[in-house]
Design a protein around this ligand. Structure first.
Ligand code: NAP
Length: 454
């Protein structure tokens, strides 16, 4: 086969970039790949999800970026599939499409008061401090400078990230690529207490030890753990005995439970066996009603009916991400994923020819960045195995696709535009003695890409 097959990848987060890499790195089938993203910049949650102070994890973007240096891979940013171009139209330009657009929305708690002012999704708070162009700046710049006590619901790594960012001094964050307005807002934060709620015990928490430990090492925040919260049943003991990572997590919180406060300005209260049942407030949230729970012997927790109240003017719901449907692609509403078999999109029992899926929108929002490499490579293996059976797209050239986008009035950011944005962010960072500062509006990003003028 001489003519390369044309593949569209929808979403330039880690799974999309790993899929592009897997396609372009094999030498059996010639492939040309367009990595399409609705934002003018690539890398999805590596840019807008990984905590800015986790520099080594964020440096994965340098590895992902190298994929755009490979011949045959293009970035096509600022193009929203489903809005700027319907999924059905992609078939005109691409022989196959891989959906890797992740899980961008938050899961809900489903309790009264959840929508009070001051109750926010961790996904939105993270988007704000990472400089996402669609973040609700006004809300966070109003809420954070007027909050003294925060509750973070959940004990996964995202909960740990938002707790750490809220608890750190600006001095501990100033070297990061957060936009200037984030520092300004955090500098004005009067938050003294952050309560983190785990509905099960310390053996059931989903954070990882490295991330957990950081909460106990902050410059101006004490960590407070009530020994009475350290509840273990037989199933927990079994977990601790068989899973080293869980045993390490438990050791960390046990040590914290022996600490006394050292008089730092902020306190992180880590609660276990505690789940929110209602948010109370008059317009804005003021209190969280928390129910004590007990382990039921199967690893789950049930309510005891005993409640207590935590004052809170900021509540961050960090209970997981949720995928969204995309018009023209089957969707499993129960699991919030695109149904698939080995990465081949399924509509009921039928395979949808030419459609593939990888990453969080394939398997749900779990795993670390590296998990997506194996996942994306497996989906690409299915695509490559099907190549002989894929119907050829009638307009499968980069020129035809670019012409269609231009005629539709879509201002796409290509590799050159992204390189220009990258250079502009580094230059902006250098003016403040940092490696990089994130440019945080679409208009400024397009200006940096030389696609709009002042
Ligand atoms: P997660 O690990 O699934 O954590 C969700 C948390 O929310 C759990 O503690 C869960 O408790 C709790 N929860 C769910 N529903 C709840 C409810 N109704 N009431 C109270 N609590 C509730 O998800 P995540 O923190 O959003 O992270 C997503 C993925 O990204 C994970 O795989 C994570 O490891 C990864 N990540 C990694 C890093 C890193 O490596 N540094 C950073 C960020 C994210 P139960 O366990 O009881 O359900």
């Amino acid at each position: 086969m001489d003519k390369p097959i044309r593949v569209a990848i929808v979403g330039s987060g880690p799974s999309g970039m790993y899929a592009a890499d897997a396609l372009i790195s094999q030498t059996v089938i010639p492939v040309s790949v367009d990595v399409i993203d609705k934002l003018p910049v690539p890398f999805g949650l590596v840019r807008y999800g990984v905590a800015p102070d986790h520099l080594s994890i964020r440096s994965v973007r340098d590895t992902l970026d190298k994929v755009f240096d490979k011949p045959g891979v293009r970035f096509v940013g600022n193009v929203e599939v489903g809005k700027d171009i319907p999924v059905a139209n992609l078939r005109d330009f691409f022989d196959a499409t891989v959906f890797t657009y992740g899980a961008s929305r938050d899961r809900r708690l489903g309790i009264p008061g959840e929508d009070l002012d001051g109750s926010v999704a961790a996904t939105d708070l993270v988007a704000w401090y990472c400089g996402h162009p669609e973040a609700d700046r006004a809300t966070f710049e109003r809420l954070i400078p007027s909050a003294t006590s925060a509750v973070v619901v959940g004990v996964g790594n995202v909960a740990v990230d938002v707790t750490r960012v809220l608890a750190k001094t600006v001095g501990e964050l100033i070297h990061t690529d957060m936009p200037e307005y984030v520092f300004e807002t955090l500098r004005r934060s009067p938050i003294t207490d952050i309560h983190v709620l785990g509905r099960r015990g310390p053996a059931q928490a989903t954070y990882t030890t490295k991330e957990l430990r950081e909460l106990g090492e902050l410059l101006d925040s004490d960590i407070v753990v009530d020994p009475a919260d350290l509840v273990f049943d037989e199933a927990s003991d079994q977990l601790i005995a068989t899973d080293k990572a869980i045993a390490r997590n438990v050791d960390v919180v046990k040590e914290w439970a022996t600490r006394s406060e050292s008089g730092k300005s902020r306190r992180i209260h880590l609660h276990f066996m505690a789940r929110p049942v209602e948010l109370l407030g008059d317009g804005r949230v003021h209190e969280v009603v928390v129910e004590r729970t007990e382990l039921d012997g199967t690893g789950a927790a049930r309510g005891t009916g005993e409640t207590f109240v935590i004052p809170a003017d900021l509540v961050v719901r960090s209970v997981g991400y949720r995928g969204q449907p995309l018009a023209g692609v089957p969707f499993d509403e129960t699991r919030s994923v695109i149904p698939n078999l080995d990465g081949r999109v399924q509509d009921g029992t039928q395979v949808v020819v030419g459609q593939y899926v990888a990453g969080w929108i394939k398997r749900g929002p779990t795993g670390i960045i590296g998990t997506n490499k194996k996942d994306a490579t497996a989906s690409v293996a299915s695509l490559l195995a099907d190549v002989g059976e894929l119907p050829t797209a009638p307009l499968a050239t980069t020129g035809d696709f670019d012409k269609w986008l231009a005629a539709a009035g879509v201002c796409a950011v290509g590799n050159e535009g992204w390189r220009a944005i990258d250079a502009a962010e580094r230059a902006l960072g250098a003016t403040n003695g940092r490696d990089r500062t994130t440019i945080a509006t679409n208009q400024d990003l397009l200006r940096a890409a030389h696609l709009v003028s002042d």
